[in-house]
Write a protein that binds this ligand. Structure first.
Ligand SMILES: Cc1cc2nc3c(=O)[nH]c(=O)nc-3n(C[C@H](O)[C@H](O)[C@H](O)COP(=O)(O)OP(=O)(O)OC[C@H]3O[C@@H](n4cnc5c(N)ncnc54)[C@H](O)[C@@H]3O)c2cc1C
Length: 434
């Protein structure tokens, strides 16, 4: 966890605050003592890649960096026991030598496992849930300092809610993840005329293991990305050190994209041609690599994000409405809309609870006011029963959240039971969950 000049900042720079104190326990026992004894509010960030102010606090921040590594592996059950603050890039390097890998991943590998799970981080693919859906069990340190093991058999209620709980039920110290034997993926990018893409969308999401697309609203083509398992040759896997460096390295196309975002702030007239240009020039390279090297891409241009999950069948319609509204309102943005799919699950606060979903992500350059864009899109998402990604920006009230999440009140009741004094709340979470 990075604190500079006493201040904590998230990845996009949208959340900055000075905690009253920072502590960095090295063991579960130290952590238990710290949580029990600390007066006032306590939050425990992952790697700060959430856009929402989940980690903000006027109280104490707990640095979990000591909780990293592979603590065990059960080949019969194909379950790996992982310390909760292990970064995803590091996890891949621990699992691969054992011959195992995560079943799916999102667009980056910078997050900690605990942070990714606490917000329901997901990739794409109709057969795959979020990372939270692959949690077999976990150890949770409660506000009292007591540690409980949670699985479908032990503390099943906490298991049902705690696999996506924004750190509101306690600190996960160790997570048992369902994994699978290592695999290689072939990644393809290709352009598709947007009208034709919508006609073929169901076929594309079904025929490919992982299918997503990027659509600049002013372009009439979408950049599609498919990942499929392959036995083709892959280069030797990268070392952990290379994986760490790779995620932060700015490639030539990102320099151009950064420049364009700066330019658009002063010359919005360039938006349409630049969107068309980006669509045409986005990387079309094909490659075959081990799975954990294919899913993530470096993201070096800072932005803020909003994302909603809508019922899968409505995905194309909602996306088209969003693009139309952006064009009509002449909103300036250099970022494409992103379309992905996620399988249904049974996790109380999951955007995918009880329904297969399409997710639509809207990004805006970090130095630009995101409110016009996000406000416009959020109204459309809400009209279609959308549920917000918990790590991204939304403005829903408690009542509005309860309307969309069938288990919302059950979650709040369990939170009150586990943390009656509200130790794990903050000013943003209190009105929603307090
Ligand atoms: C460039 C970029 C790309 C992204 N791509 C995707 C994507 O492809 N798919 C997607 O779904 N999301 C994506 N996200 C969102 C991101 O995955 C989530 O916001 C995730 O939570 C960030 O993880 P983190 O480790 O940085 O956690 P943080 O943002 O630091 O924390 C998030 C929450 O997790 C809680 N937490 C952390 N550790 C624990 C623990 N041990 N026990 C309990 N609670 C804990 C914190 O208290 C906090 O509430 C992206 C974000 C960025 C910036």
């Amino acid at each position: 966890m990075k604190i500079v000049g006493g201040k904590w900042t998230n990845w996009s720079g949208s959340v900055r605050f000075k905690p009253r104190a920072v502590i960095d326990p090295k063991t579960e026992v130290d952590l238990a003592i710290a949580v029990r004894k600390t007066e006032g509010h306590v939050r425990f960030p992952g790697n700060g890649h959430s856009f929402a102010p989940l980690n903000q606090t006027d109280g104490t921040l707990i640095d979990l960096s000591a909780f990293t590594g592979l603590n065990g592996f059960d080949p019969q059950r194909e379950v790996a026991t992982i310390a909760a603050a292990t970064p995803l890039w590091g996890l891949a390097s621990l699992l691969h030598p054992l011959g195992y890998a995560l079943k799916n991943m999102g667009d980056i590998d910078r997050q900690t496992l605990g942070g990714a799970i606490a917000t329901g981080t997901h990739g794409t693919g109709r057969a795959f849930g979020s990372l939270s859906a692959d949690v077999a069990s976990f150890r949770l340190l409660k506000a009292t300092g007591e540690v409980v093991h949670c699985s479908p058999e032990e503390n099943p209620e906490i298991y049902a809610a705690g696999r996506l709980s924004l750190g509101l039920l306690g600190v996960m110290t160790e997570i048992d993840m369902k994994v699978r034997p290592v695999y290689k993926l072939q990644r393809k990018y290709f352009l598709h005329p947007i009208d034709e893409l919508f006609r073929q969308l169901d076929g594309l999401t079904s025929a490919n293991r992982n299918f997503s697309f990027f659509w600049f609203p002013h372009s009439d083509v979408a950049v599609c990305r498919s990942l499929n398992e392959t036995e083709c040759h892959a280069p030797v896997r990268h070392s952990a050190r290379t994986l760490l460096a790779r995620g932060e390295r700015r490639r030539a196309d990102e320099y151009v994209f950064a420049g364009a975002n700066e330019l658009l702030r002063y010359l919005p007239i360039l938006m349409k041609p630049s969107q068309k240009l980006f669509a045409a020039f986005m990387s079309k390279r094909q490659k075959v690599r081990w799975s954990h090297e294919v899913y993530p891409s470096p993201r070096t241009v800072r932005y803020n994000a909003m994302e909603y999950a809508v019922p899968y069948e409505k995905g194309a319609e909602v996306l088209q409405e969003v693009a139309e509204a952006i064009r009509k309102a002449k909103i300036v943005t250099a970022f494409p809309l992103v379309f992905r799919t996620v399988a249904a699950d049974d996790i109380w606060l999951s955007p995918f609870y009880g329904r297969e979903s399409a997710t639509i992500t809207v990004n805006q350059y970090a130095k630009m006011d995101n409110r016009p864009l996000f406000g416009l899109c959020e109204a459309i998402f809400r009209n279609h029963g959308g549920r917000p990604h918990w790590g991204k920006i939304h403005t829903l009230t408690r009542a509005e959240l309860a309307e969309q999440y069938p288990k919302f009140e059950a979650f709040c009741a369990l939170r009150r039971k586990l943390d009656p004094a509200g130790k794990f709340l903050n000013d943003q979470l209190d009105p929603l969950f307090g």
